[in-house]
Design a binder for this molecule. Sequence first.
Ligand code: PXL
Length: 281
Amino acid sequence: MKRIATVQDISCLGKCSLTVALPVISAMGVECCVIPTAVLSTHTMFSRFTFHDLTEEIPAILDHWEEEEFYFDALYTGYLGSREQLSLMTDMFHRFRKDGNFTLVDPVMGDHGRLYTGFDEEFARQMAGLCAVADIIVPNMTEASFMLGVEYVESGYDRDYIQLMLKKLTALGARCAILTGVSFEEGKIGAMGYDSRTGEFFEYYNEKVPAAYHGTGDIFASTLLGGLVQGLPMEKALAVAADFVRECILLTSQDPSAEGYGVHFEALVPWLCRRLEQEQA
Ligand code: PXL
């Protein structure tokens, strides 16, 4: 069985980070080993939340895993709670990145032009340092802008602008960058990627569902990774991830009792399993 290790927080309520990565990756038939970076009562979009940092545990977990010679088909980082965790992740990549596996960094820091509570521009610069040692990075437009030190542009940009951003992102050091939340046309949204080894761009768009929920970036990254580890080529894995996010947003937006945080991904797990099977056929 394929196995990945992911390092992110546990937000006890709010459907993001590990509470989506674990079920999504498991549903895709991949063992999901977790290193929790922190335990929060909710994600940080609530006005109040508790935060218990778990940085101290990480070196001991990595030492034990290395001692046992565990192999991971991919290493995946998401929301990281401190600068120290960024350097621990660089260390983890050096120790566990082998021939045949890969690393994926989702530089979770912000959205809609703003950084989440607790992050600043210095953190974004340091996150760019972690992206430099990753194989694949999946920033949204906000995270990419902060890492590159360019102004966030909400809309009205063209393909040249996004292609230049992607080239600058891979110039940080990652082989492949995928920018999420890209929209060239009113009513359409998706992602554009660039593989610096082949010099090829790729992209995928859907009709935009007029609703926004937290945690969809985490679902996107987890689904993309699950697809890649299961052997899908990048373009198929991207399409599955973008379509799954769209299905989740659509279903949630149809529920008048949906509470505005997190999507109803649980009900769509069978959809994801079927779709993965179709793509593998
Ligand atoms: O979904 C991204 C995310 C992950 N983890 C925590 C967050 C957020 C976004 O707000 O607060 C703790």
